[in-house]
Design a protein around this ligand. Structure first.
Ligand code: SAM
Ligand code: SF4
Length: 364
């Protein structure tokens, strides 16, 4: 049955929900290999054997939100808060440009106040002017008004990542306080689309109580809103959060299970969505050192090496054991490029690596 589903998917047939659930439920090692190999062939055909780097700048851990899973949530008093100044963000973006990364991602906890919005606007303008618009600029700064999205777009940003986290309304309500609304997320994604961004979203997998049916619905949701980029990753507990406190830290076996689920989600998403960009999340590496490269082998084509100053990294702990907190940016570049060549792929240095899906839908 799995063989048949994979064969039809490769021929371009649309998969039904039950078939997506069946692929996500694979446990047999031989079938898993077939799943990953099929996803890789589709990736090769649709986006090539190239991994694109996005230099990740985690510019602030100050957040107005209180998501129950996240280590930098507003109520966590064990976090030393920081906000980089404009020069620091600019310098790190230019470091990524000079390291030939092709793109950067500016990410932070959520703030909706004018001083923050204006600071991001000025910084994006400055990066864009210095690099002549050549450095791709992705933002991941949470829920904002359409006007704010537009201002940042006009300043030079062109991609935006906002995870939906889960499309199951009950599960969404369990992992967020009452004033964090799934509908608001959906409206923000629609606003980003109207503003003309390449839009990225995704989910966390392995949330308590989440079923394979939920994850299949998540993948089909990504398809239904015609998304350009996918950024998803395994949920990993953080000891200082309400959800992390409720369970002991992951055992080795749980790490392995979370990694396999993460890889299956990447593979099935590639099989269903085909020509989108898919990021191999840093959280995969927290579960196993080569987790991100395994993500590339299962269908991902984007990696986000951290270019944040080493001093800030321990303060941006979303989950326990976040990797590369004591490696500097040059070490990250070196070790990652080597490992990617090791799996027979090339790094798309100096290329923005826009989503082929976005290019196709905007050429219409
Ligand atoms: N504040 C912005 C937002 O939420 O969109 C951007 C930064 S936020 C830290 C980026 C992503 O981190 C979230 O979308 C969430 O999926 C992920 N994240 C937070 N806590 C996590 C955890 N414990 N395990 C895995 N991913 C986590
Ligand atoms: Fe804030 Fe984003 Fe963490 Fe939620 S996931 S608490 S919005 S940084």
């Amino acid at each position: 049955m799995v063989d048949d589903i994979l064969k039809r998917a490769e021929q371009g047939c649309v998969l039904h929900r039950e078939e997506v659930v069946e692929l996500l439920s694979i446990a047999d090692a031989d079938l898993l290999k077939k799943l990953y190999d099929t996803a890789y062939r589709i990736k090769e055909k649709q986006v090539g054997r190239v991994a694109y780097f996005r230099g990740l700048i985690e510019c602030s851990n100050i957040c107005i939100k209180d998501c129950y899973y996240c280590g930098i949530r507003r109520s966590n008093e064990n976090v030393e808060r920081f906000l980089m100044d404009e020069d620091e963000i600019y310098r790190e973006a230019i470091w990524a440009y000079e390291a030939e990364y092709g793109s950067c991602v500016i990410q932070a906890g959520e703030r909706q106040d004018e001083p923050f919005i204006a600071m991001i606007e000025r910084t994006v303008k400055r990066i864009s002017a210095t690099t002549g618009g050549q450095l791709g600029i992705t933002l991941s700064l949470g829920e904002q008004t359409e006007k704010t999205y537009q201002r940042w777009k006009d300043a030079g940003a062109h991609r935006y990542l906002l995870r939906i986290e889960t499309t199951n309304p009950q599960l969404y309500a369990q992992i967020h306080p009452e004033d964090h609304k799934l509908e608001t997320r959906k409206e923000c994604l629609a606003a980003l689309r109207r503003t003309g961004y390449q839009v990225g979203t995704g989910v966390m997998m392995g949330l308590p109580g989440q079923s394979m049916g939920d994850l299949a619905d998540d993948i089909l949701f990504l398809k239904s809103i015609d998304i350009d980029m996918v950024g998803m990753g395994p949920y990993i507990p953080h000891t200082d959060t309400p959800m992390g406190k409720a369970v002991p830290p992951y055992t080795e076996l749980e790490n392995k299970q979370a990694l396999t689920l993460g890889l299956k989600m990447i593979a099935v998403t590639r099989i269903v969505l085909k020509d989108v960009n898919i990021a191999a999340a840093t959280a995969l590496q927290a579960l196993e050192y080569t987790g991100r490269e395994q993500g590339l082998r299962c269908g991902a084509n984007v990696i986000m090496p951290n270019v944040t100053e080493t001093d800030y990294r321990p303060k941006y702990q979303l989950y326990d054991n976040k990797p590369c907190t004591d490696e500097n940016s040059t070490m990250c570049r070196g070790c990652l490029s080597g490992r990617i060549k090791g799996i027979g792929e090339k790094v798309g240095f100096n290329e923005r690596g826009d989503s082929p899906h976005f290019q196709a839908r905007t050429a219409e």
